[in-house]
Structures are given as C-alpha cells and as structure tokens.
Ligand binder design. Structure first.
Ligand code: GDP
Ligand code: MG
Length: 230
C-alpha cells in the first residue's frame, strides 16, 4: 500500500479533432475526486493543423504544445508537465477505456504496483485492430519477450499507469513509436511490482497516425539498440 493523492493523464494528439473532446470528457474526474484524487488531464498537441488544441482546452484539458512531431517527443513533453503521483497514458482516439481508471488505480494502490500495462490483445472489440496490426503487434511482443525476458503480452499498448517517481528514473530516449516498448521494458526492469491487465480496446475515431512499416521497422531497430545498451 502507498499514498496516492493525484493522477495525471497524458494524451498525445496529432490532428485528432474528431475524438479529442470525447477523450478528455471520458476521464471520470468526479469519480476520481470522490476517491480523493486530484486529476490533471494533459493533452500534448503535437503540432496539429486542425482544431485539436482548441477543442481539448474547451473540454477542460491543459494543453501542452510540442511542435516537433513524434509519439515519443509528445510524451516526453507531456511528462515534463505532469505533476500526479501516478501518470497515465492514452491515445487521443477513443480506443482506450479511460472510465476504468478508478479501478486500475485502486488495483495499483491495493497491490502496491508501480506499473500497470493495459493489454489490448485479450478483449478487443470487433474491428478495433486490423489483422495486419494484430500480426505486427504479436511479432513485436514476441521479440520483446525474447530479447528482454519480460512476460509482456502486448508490448505496443498505448495505455499504462506508472508511479511518477519511477517514471522520473527511466531516462526515456525514443522520439517516435518505440517509446511505447521502451517505457514498458525500463519500468518493468526497475519496478518492485508490476502487472499487465486486460482492457477492452475499441475501434479508432479519426485517421490512423501510425505508419505501419516505418514505425514497425523503427521499433525493431530501437529494441536491438536498447538490448545492446546503446
Ligand atoms: N503516429 C504518431 N502519433 C502521434 C504523433 N503525435 C501524436 N500522436 C498521437 O499518438 C497516438 C497514437 O497514434 P495512433 O494513430 O492512434 O497509433 P496506433 O494506436 O498505434 O494505431 C494518437 O493519439 C496520435 O494522435 C506522431 O507524431 N505520430
Ligand atoms: Mg491509437
């Protein structure tokens, strides 16, 4: 058991005007407040050319602007502004069930976990992930298990919860998509206790930003570099 007083949700967003308001509003602020948690919702506007930033602010989020594009860059900019005892990640596309946060945070506290990674591959809504992406995610996860000896089913999940004091020790490097696996590998290495928890993964609202081949290859190269300690 440990004390948690505040939670920060960091949401990287590149041209997500179709979903961003609903994503921000899906954070169960009232329920978190009734559990005694102060909640900070941070949307990192990654140089959007649409109304993402404006809509996020109108929906009640704090907006951080990071003009250098990249999933990893967006997260690193967001983390620098996160003040919560627990930091949570999620995409800006309505795929992740943020309404389950009270439950996930309670699990962290009651079981003394320092890190939770959400597993998308177990309970997926129909049409949430293409066959190609499912194969790619499975292969990358096998690679992570073999290279780093971690028992992780879904190394590419975009939703996880980490204690801020652990996050601050991770020395994250990736500017792009590989940040997703990097954070899990490093957090698991340092955490005294962690768990992978199945979540319901839902179909995306808005256009996909992932570039399958480029980001896939980037992931493989980045994992090899991390394994070799570079
Ligand atoms: N791919 C990508 N995503 C970004 C970038 N900046 C912010 N994002 C956000 O990161 C999240 C992940 O992108 P997404 O297309 O959902 O990838 P997927 O969930 O892996 O299919 C979304 O919320 C994007 O808006 C970027 O430069 N590249
Ligand atoms: Mg997504």
């Amino acid at each position: 058991m440990y004390q948690v007083r505040s939670v920060s949700i960091v949401i990287p967003a590149l041209n997500e005007e179709q979903a961003i308001e609903r994503v921000v509003r899906s954070v169960p602020r009232d329920e978190l407040a009734s559990l005694g948690y102060e909640t900070q919702v941070l949307v990192v506007d990654n140089g959007s050319t649409d109304r993402t930033g404006e809509l996020a602010r109108a929906a009640g989020a704090e907006v951080v602007l990071e003009l250098n594009r990249g999933y990893g860059r967006a997260y690193k900019a967001g983390f620098a502004h996160a003040t919560g005892d627990i930091v949570v990640s999620a995409d800006a596309d309505l795929t992740y069930p943020l309404e389950t946060l009270p439950e996930l945070i309670s699990l962290m506290v009651s079981d003394g976990l320092e890190f939770i990674s959400a597993n998308r591959l177990k309970a997926m809504a129909e049409g949430a992930m293409s066959f190609r992406n499912r194969v790619g995610n499975t292969l990358l996860s096998i690679m992570v298990r073999l290279l780093f000896r971690v028992k992780l089913a879904d190394s590419q999940s975009g939703m996880w919860l980490v204690r801020k004091d652990l996050l601050d020790r991770l020395e994250l490097k990736s500017d792009g998509m590989p940040l997703s696996a990097e954070i899990k590998i490093k957090a698991i290495r340092l955490a005294k206790a962690w768990r992978e928890v199945p979540i319901e993964y839902r179909p995306r609202v808005g256009e996909v930003k992932l570039r399958v081949w480029r980001d896939g290859l980037d992931n493989v190269m980045s994992m090899l570099r991390l394994r070799l300690g570079r």
